[in-house]
Design a protein around this ligand. Structure first.
Ligand SMILES: Cc1cc2nc3c(=O)[nH]c(=O)nc-3n(C[C@H](O)[C@H](O)[C@H](O)COP(=O)(O)OP(=O)(O)OC[C@H]3O[C@@H](n4cnc5c(N)ncnc54)[C@H](O)[C@@H]3O)c2cc1C
Length: 228
């Protein structure tokens, strides 16, 4: 990852900071390179989608996935959020991951290690059945490679009941904090433990459904599942 504000090399395909995405606070933590941003997006599963209806801000947590230079999210066709965004409303799309508790020798310098992405734009309704199906397949394959082909295909009714929107990744910035606490020089002499407590997202052992048909084997992809 290069840090655009921190003076790293920038490639033609990287995101260009805009008035909205230029990171001002602790700008050395800014990441605008496409690969770095996509690595964060691909590690996440839940985003927070911000939008305004009649002057009231709403922030909705929901699952998402990336396919190429777009992110997608979906839900019930009755969802107010999706109906609103499908009309091309401005949206603020955020993904954040907690990587560690940074315990400094003072409360002031205690911090959080994190990776986060914020993207702005207008959401677009995914209308064609083919694009909807391809996006759903990409979502499923990302988490559980090989599963989609084994599932019962969605019915026309199920597709109708599902609304999907996408956001083109154009105006985007990421911010990343890593490493130990940064204490005031004189505080390093204090008898206070300091360091980082890493935080990771761990999947547990798979639990068979109580109505699992006898003889159905647990698929191999469940052994290597990684989220975050
Ligand atoms: C898990 C987590 C915990 C955090 N905890 C704290 C905390 O306790 N206190 C605190 O002050 N900050 C915290 N942050 C950082 C916080 O997200 C903001 O970056 C910070 O508060 C500065 O906000 P600002 O509006 O002044 O930033 P500015 O630099 O003014 O923001 C300008 C633009 O930069 C972009 N930007 C800003 N922050 C981010 C970001 N995190 N990711 C991607 N793009 C960004 C946005 O496009 C924004 O419009 C945390 C972040 C994460 C992910």
């Amino acid at each position: 990852m290069n840090s655009a504000s921190g003076g790293g090399d920038s490639n033609p395909g990287d995101f260009q900071p805009t008035e909205r995405t230029r990171i001002k606070r602790l700008h050395q933590r800014a990441v605008y390179d496409r690969a770095g941003v996509y690595a964060i997006l691909d590690a996440g599963l839940v985003c927070h989608v911000g939008y305004v209806i009649d002057g009231q801000p709403f922030v909705t947590p929901t699952a998402y996935w990336r396919d190429g230079d777009r992110v997608y999210w979906h839900g019930s066709s009755a969802s107010r959020m999706l109906r609103h965004l499908g009309r091309g409303a401005p949206v603020c799309f955020t993904v954040s991951m907690l990587d560690g508790l940074v315990l400094a020798r003072s409360g002031f310098h205690s911090s959080i290690n994190y990776r986060s992405v914020i993207a702005y734009g207008k959401a677009r309704l995914v209308e064609g059945e083919a694009e909807k199906l391809a996006a759903l397949e990409a979502f499923s394959e990302r988490l559980t490679p090989g599963r989609w082909a084994r599932l019962r295909p969605p019915t026309e009714q199920e597709l109708k009941a599902t609304t999907m929107v996408s956001l083109d990744l154009k105006e985007v910035a990421a911010k990343v904090r890593t490493g130990p606490p940064a204490d005031d020089e004189q505080d390093y002499d204090l008898d206070v433990w300091a360091g980082v407590v890493p935080v990771t997202c761990v999947t547990g052992p798979p639990e068979d459904d109580s109505r699992l048909k006898p003889g159905v084997e647990r698929p191999a992809y469940l052994n290597n599942m990684v989220v975050g």
